[in-house]
Design a protein around this ligand. Sequence first.
Ligand code: CO
Length: 181
Amino acid sequence: MPALPRPTSTLLPHRALAAIAVVLALLGGFLVATGSARAGTSHLVEIEGFAFAPATLTIQVGDTVTWTNLDDVEHTATSTAGAFDSGLLAQGESYSLTFTAAGTYDYLCTPHPLMTGRIVVEAASAPAPAASQAAPAGGGGLPDVAMEPPTADPRVPLGIALVVLAAVLAATVIWRSRRAD
Ligand code: CO
């Protein structure tokens, strides 16, 4: 009866480590992709020449709008329904807002009420993230708008961590096989 070959190492064989690395890399890549896809798109509205450009912007729930004042006069982007207010923006200053509820948001510039704009927020085709602020009591049906900057999807850093771990494993496999030669 032939003797079984003695294992040269009690550590995991290279193939197993390499397979684990591949699985981790695939899982990490998947998490990064799905986490990024869920994140909203960013849109820009420029304030220039006493006008918002574009004056009407159509976005999807979860998207972020950033207004930037290019004039040397202070302007605001102020919701006519009280949903948001940038406050006075000096030249070069910006204000960002993530819209978490579908609807039409009209706004104007408080010092120059003839400056008007509109954000049309469409329901996302994918299931919308559940996170949204409850309307304040007695708020009279104010639009539901998140006032915080957008938060990163936790799947993205987790996915990156897995890919890094996979790279470390792969490097270990390569290092070990070189030593074995
Ligand atoms: Co203005």
